[in-house]
Design a protein around this ligand. Structure first.
Ligand code: MTE
Length: 336
């Protein structure tokens, strides 16, 4: 596999997402008083402010480690998004609301020691340490499409294990109807959690949820790596969720807690704007975002700025065969 060294900021957000869309999403936060006008100018001053956080301690390049895993057969013949783009065009608001900021501001993030607790409505709650994350289950590569609600997409070779295998270990009881996920809350390390302007004013920690049958679907992946190595911080080290049939915001990063719960949990983007971001968030080309179309997407490829890479969005992001049955009895326009 070709391993490239990521070049920070080699892709501008405007290269891959129509300006109207990402400005729209930021307008929401700005309208709510969270993003100052400065944040809308993708300029050097904003970047410099953010980097002040590390003025005492210059960021060094985070070290990733090669993993042992079973390769994906890639029967869909998906063309991978280059690693340099997967790791520099990110949404991780804890490290800044602009696409280039997570890669720049997360390189000193400490992932070891780490604790991930799985608890709640189950018979055998457990806490995993950093080493458990890569040794507890046999790791497999899963090449998945990732479709962001902002209408850009990538194809990423994730490495991990099924969320279902993890949940089975704790033996959920009959009251476990939903699964609630929480990202680390550590403003010392995640500057956007304290600096509202940098972090988009989200109420941290970032939280997400799935219905138990969604969580048990074999496609739902706990990812510990990509492109053959452990995850870099900007992609959610040391462990994140990947739910390929849902918009990317469901795929919560840097998880410290997974709780089996009775009621549908509150989730970060739904709390911010319930009419725009649903709990289910299944990729649906027939249900537009109130402020932009979801019928097509811009695939981030190895091509340059003028690459013709607009493609039709697929229902359930192309995974309908595996997941459509979960929603058979539901009106997907109501449960968006
Ligand atoms: N998880 C946390 N904790 N914070 C975030 O801001 N952004 C989400 C999701 N997980 C986010 C997060 C969004 S909007 C997307 S599209 C994906 O992460 C992006 O994943 P990537 O940066 O690895 O492509």
């Amino acid at each position: 596999m070709l391993i490239k060294t990521p070049k920070l900021s080699d892709l501008k957000e405007s290269d891959v997402t129509p300006e109207s869309v990402y400005m729209n999403r930021r307008d929401l936060l700005k309208g709510m008083g969270f993003l100052g006008a400065g944040a809308l100018l993708a300029g050097a001053s904003n970047k410099a402010n953010a980097l002040d956080w590390f003025s005492k301690d210059e960021p060094t390049k985070f070290k990733t480690t090669p993993l042992n895993y079973t390769p994906d057969a890639n029967t869909d013949n998906l063309i991978l998004t280059p690693e340099s783009k997967v790791t520099t065009h990110n949404n991780f608001y804890e490290f800044g609301a602009q696409k280039h900021q997570p890669a720049e501001l997360s390189q000193n993030f400490k992932v070891n020691p780490w604790q991930l607790t799985i608890s709640g409505e189950c018979d055998n709650p457990i806490t995993l340490d950093y080493d458990d994350l890569t040794t507890m289950f046999a790791l497999e590569e899963r090449i998945y499409r990732l479709r962001c609600v902002e209408a850009w997409s990538m194809v990423v070779p994730w490495i991990g294990f099924s969320l279902a295998d993890l949940l089975k270990r704790v033996a959920p009881n009959s009251s476990a109807k939903y699964v609630f996920f929480e990202t680390l809350h550590d403003p010392q390390q995640m500057p956007g959690q304290e600096n509202r302007r940098l972090g988009g004013g989200i109420a941290y920690p970032y939280v997400e949820g799935l219905r138990i049958d969604e969580a048990m679907n074999p496609l739902a992946l706990m990812s510990v790596g990509l492109y053959g190595k452990t995850l870099p911080p900007q992609n959610g080290a040391p462990i994140r969720l990947v739910v390929p049939w849902k918009y990317g915001f469901k795929s919560i990063k840097s998880i410290v807690s997974i709780k089996l719960v009775r009621e549908q949990p509150q989730t970060t983007w739904h709390k911010l704007a319930p009419s725009e971001y649903g709990f289910y968030a299944n990729v649906n080309p027939k249900h537009d975002h109130p402020r932009w179309s979801q019928a097509s997407e811009r695939r981030i490829t190895s091509g340059g700025l003028f690459a013709r890479n607009r493609i039709e969005t697929l229902a359930f992001n192309g995974y309908g065969e595996q997941v459509a049955h979960l929603y058979k009895a539901m009106d997907l326009r109501k449960y968006y």
